[in-house]
Design a protein. Structure first.
Length: 451
């Protein structure tokens, strides 16, 4: 074998720090040029690494006689080379119908499910520098961030990809010199698949501009992966610092945008929510301006400047019923308690001290008309705010004064004449305490537990 090629494969293993002496490395063998080359490489370096080499072939049963031909080729090749081979058969068509997914995706899922049965510490797959270039182009076309542009990782779990520094041309040149046969998948010639169109059309044009584009891309990918790893470390530290309560990140406005957007992505991932760049951009705007955005079904992103919360509403949310206010504890929203107290005094000075302490949640109890009622906000309600000579729609006041994540649970107190108090907004002008006040109604609203 070309010593330079085997050295590059050996160096890739050494850079990964695996496999360890005594480990078994199983070659994912399709019978194509890349996987045959990989098997020969593993056999070439097994003594230096002190490893055992085996192989596995997955028959996808998609191409009839051609699939059987590939299996037979792999069996003969491994018999000739003295490599133990496991053959696994999967029904891709049935799986695609069951999940209602493409054959391409179903084949990948079936293949990796079959690999789970392999008895080996490591499974080596034959992804090359050419595959990495095609992957970068594919993801660039579909849209990808930095992590997506790092393409195929050299290691993920127990899967190793030691050929990422070797091009398809080098593979075929080596096999030709060795007169080593391999099989060709007829579907690779069809431009029905996006990756094939990239391989047949775009990559050749890039090579006209730069014949070494695959190696250039490989250097770029390594640099991007280093940057991505560093940002991942910084994101981990920032996420732990910002996550001070369940489902919520605080202090996001103090982070660099590159870290902030990754923290938001991780928050979505932890809640099993999918996302793309447009959603992350919208959530960043919410963190800056505040607001609410539906993520999926009854799940919402709720933000105020610097803070983001994932809020899950009950499947069938119904606004609570209004209740007569009682002196003591009152509850209409889960997790919140409204405590009402009556404060009386022999002179107005005592009452003024209480009023100043509690500011906008102190009402002249004797100015309330009829029975005070505690409830959610209602459609069309208006309030004449303290110090104003006109009424304002309550909805407008809530939008201006109430954090978006609390607008659904804002407490409103009404009497027979209308709104006398709105949480975060304040009291109505007609119940403002004055020198004649003898009884103050003091309202305190507490959150019992985080919702």
């Amino acid at each position: 074998m070309d010593k330079a090629l085997s050295l590059r494969v050996l160096q890739q293993f050494q850079a990964l720090g695996v496999p360890k002496p005594g480990d078994t490395v199983c070659c994912a063998l399709s019978g194509g040029a890349d996987s045959v080359f990989l098997l020969r490489c593993l056999l070439e370096v097994r003594q230096q690494l002190s490893i055992t080499v085996t192989a596995v072939h997955v028959n996808h049963n998609l191409r009839g006689a051609e699939s059987d031909r590939d299996q037979h080729f792999c069996e003969m090749l491994c018999q000739t080379l003295g490599v133990p081979l496991a053959v696994l058969s999967v029904d891709v068509v049935s799986e695609a119908k069951r999940q209602r997914i493409s054959l391409e995706l179903a084949a990948r899922q079936c293949r990796y499910a079959a690999f789970e049965q392999v008895q080996a510490q490591w499974i080596a797959t034959a992804h090359t520098a050419s595959d990495n270039l095609e992957t970068v182009i594919h993801r660039l076309v579909r849209g990808a961030g930095l992590h997506g542009l790092t393409a195929i990782p050299p290691r993920s779990g127990r899967f190793l990809r030691p050929l990422l520094s070797i091009t398809q041309e080098e593979v075929e040149t080596y096999l030709g010199a060795l007169e080593q046969p391999f099989v060709t998948d007829s579907t690779n010639q069809s431009d029905a698949f996006t990756r094939n169109r990239i391989r047949h059309t775009i990559v050749p044009q890039l090579k006209q501009l730069n014949p070494a584009v695959e190696r250039t891309a490989a250097h770029m990918i390594r640099g991007l992966r280093q940057d991505d790893d560093y940002l991942a470390q910084q994101t981990q530290a920032a996420y732990l610092q910002c996550q001070r309560q369940a489902h919520t990140l605080v202090g996001l406005d103090g982070l660099h945008s590159a870290i902030r957007v990754r923290c938001l992505a991780r928050l979505l991932e932890e809640h099993g929510l999918s996302y793309g760049a447009p959603l992350l951009e919208r959530l960043e705007r919410l963190v800056h301006d505040g607001g609410r955005w539906n993520l999926s079904g009854n799940v919402y992103a709720v933000a105020e400047p610097g803070t983001m919360t994932i809020e899950t509403l009950p499947e069938t949310y119904e606004a609570p019923q209004a209740i007569p206010l009682t002196i003591g504890e009152n509850r209409i929203f889960p997790g919140f308690v409204v405590t009402a107290r009556l404060v009386t005094g022999k002179n107005s000075a005592e009452l003024r001290i209480v009023h100043e302490k509690f500011a906008n949640c102190c009402l002249d109890y004797d100015k309330i008309e009829g029975i005070p009622v505690l409830g959610p906000r209602s459609y069309g309600a208006r309030i004449q705010r303290c110090g104003r000579s006109f009424t304002t729609p309550l909805k407008k006041c809530v939008q201006a004064c109430v954090p978006r994540q609390r607008r659904r649970t804002v407490h409103i107190l009404t009497d027979d004449a209308g709104v006398v108090f709105a949480e975060f907004v304040g009291i109505a002008q007609r119940v403002v305490p004055d020198a004649q006040t003898r009884r103050l109604l003091v309202l305190e609203i507490h959150r019992e537990s985080y919702q």
